[in-house]
Ligand binder design. Structure first.
Ligand SMILES: Nc1ncnc2c1ncn2[C@@H]1O[C@H](COP(=O)(O)OP(=O)(O)OP(=O)(O)O)[C@@H](O)[C@H]1O
Ligand SMILES: [Mg+2]
Length: 452
């Protein structure tokens, strides 16, 4: 029940208004002067204040001002007689919700009251909602309390209920897949499958049959009918990871499927209809690929109805602490107290985290394995973080008569292996990290016989 306080020094009005409004289902409190009214404003849980402009002693205007000071969200409707309209305007400037002129029309008054209460409810709900969001340290399995992460939580909450496509971009290891899952598990599709495809990990033909399936005998090796990921995701969500790696020919097919939600299996003629929500991710902004003709513009707009951009961990260092706490709790085998020495925290904050959250998770897991109980020390961190590797001391590590070519190759191999490890074996990411082309890294993988 909503409570309205009516303030007027004319008892008649109080009686009339109470008789008019109580049957509408409101609880009515009355006061005949500002002092009494203020006491009620302070001590009761009010939803609306209606006050006459003219009151004996403290005026209605002063009451409005006091009320805004004590309860800024409480809507106030001013009542004025003809001739005091200027005052009403003044009142509006002082954030009164509305004013009515006496004598008033019953229906008009009821409507104004209804609107004021509705408005008040919305304000209250928004307050609660934004408070709940700003208090958030996590969303699903996502951890982080930085502003960008809270904005991402907000976005996930907004887009989850719809079927809109979402493109998630950000550097490797920033949690793009985790965000996609959070959207799915917060959506009405949560009891249906979440299916993911890595568009960068398969050859062109394999990717096509992976996405759309194939009929028995469609090509050599197609010994049985196979359903594609689109079919498996029916009713649920399909996550196209590394979507920027998708070959051009397939981009055309994908666009058609997204528009019509129907397709044929490879080697098949029957049209299969599905209901799938598509989320996609890329480690770079696809706009550049579109401009350079590597990615179809029309497909880009289809996938990018909503865009979520995840910043690197370096750009949100406030998240390091909650993430470390989270990973410590996840990996430690011994229950009980644990801590990181202050120089460990400093090293974690100073480091640049090229592999982002994935790298941080690996570092903590490693430290916990090396030191299963208690206190993590600087020695438990890998050298690139403690800064020991800052300068390669060739006098210490490389013999003076080392053959140049062999030694360089040895170092090159190590750098490539490290980059791949950092990027979860995604070749294109490792190539980017090292500043070389994808074909060059493929060449080097063959040369050093690195298998993924
Ligand atoms: N905000 C986060 N909270 C908790 N864990 C996270 C967060 N971000 C990333 N992770 C963890 O880091 C690892 C990498 O996350 P994920 O696979 O989602 O990254 P990605 O952006 O898809 O990376 P890539 O581009 O290399 O595929 C996962 O183990 C994930 O659980
Ligand atoms: Mg990923």
């Amino acid at each position: 029940m909503e409570t309205i306080l009516i303030v007027d020094d004319e008892r008649n009005y109080l009686v009339v208004l109470e008789a008019l409004l109580a049957p509408e289902g409101y609880e009515i409190l009355t006061a005949s002067n500002a002092r009494e009214a203020l006491r009620l404003i302070r001590n009761s849980d009010l939803d609306l204040l209606i006050t006459d402009v003219k009151l004996p002693g403290t005026s209605g205007m002063d009451l409005l001002q006091e009320s805004k000071k004590t309860k800024p969200d409480l809507p106030v409707i001013m009542m004025t007689a003809y001739g005091t309209i200027e005052m009403a305007v003044e009142a509006m400037k002082m954030q009164a919700y509305d004013y009515i002129t006496k004598p008033f029309q019953n229906e008009e008054l009821k409507l104004t009251i209804k609107k004021a209460l509705q408005n008040h409810r919305l304000i209250k709900e928004n307050r609660l909602l934004s408070k709940a969001l700003s208090d958030r340290y996590s969303y699903g399995n996502l951890i982080g309390k930085s502003k960008p992460m809270r904005e991402i939580y907000d976005m996930i909450q907004k887009v989850a209920p719809s079927k809109a496509s979402v493109l998630i971009t950000g550097p490797s290891g920033t949690g793009k897949e985790l965000i996609a899952k959070a959207i799915h598990y917060d959506s009405p599709r949560k009891d249906r499958p979440f299916i993911s495809v890595n568009c960068g990990a398969l050859t062109d033909t394999l990717l096509e049959s992976e996405l759309f399936g194939h009929e028995k005998g469609a090509f050599t090796g197609a010994i049985a009918l196979k359903k594609g990921r689109f079919e498996l995701a029916d009713g649920g969500t399909l996550f196209l990871d590394e979507v920027g790696e998708m070959p051009q020919a397939l981009q055309v097919k994908l666009l058609r499927v997204l528009q019509e939600m129907e397709f044929e299996r490879v080697g098949g003629t029957r049209t299969i209809k599905v209901d799938v929500r598509v989320l996609s991710a890329s480690n770079r902004d696809l706009k550049e690929d579109v401009e350079e003709g590597r990615f179809r513009e029309d497909l880009y707009y289809r996938l990018n109805v909503i865009h979520i951009e995840v910043p690197s961990l370096r750009e949100r260092t406030e998240d390091i602490r909650p993430l470390v706490n989270h990973f410590m709790n996840k990996y430690r085998q011994v229950e009980g107290h644990w801590e990181l020495s202050p120089d460990v925290w400093k090293a974690l904050y100073d480091y640049t985290w090229p592999g982002n959250v994935r790298e941080l998770e690996n570092v903590i897991e490693r430290a916990v394995v090396l030191n299963p109980g208690g206190r993590i020390r600087l020695d438990d961190l890998p050298p690139e973080i403690t800064g020991e590797e800052k300068e390669l001391d060739i006098n210490r590590f490389i013999p003076i008569d080392a053959p140049l070519q062999k030694t360089l190759e040895h170092i090159e191999e190590k750098l490539i292996r490290r980059a791949l490890h950092q990027c979860n074996n995604v070749q294109s990411h490792a190539a980017e990290m090292l500043g070389i082309t994808k074909s060059l890294i493929q060449h080097k993988l063959k040369k050093y016989r690195i298998s993924l």
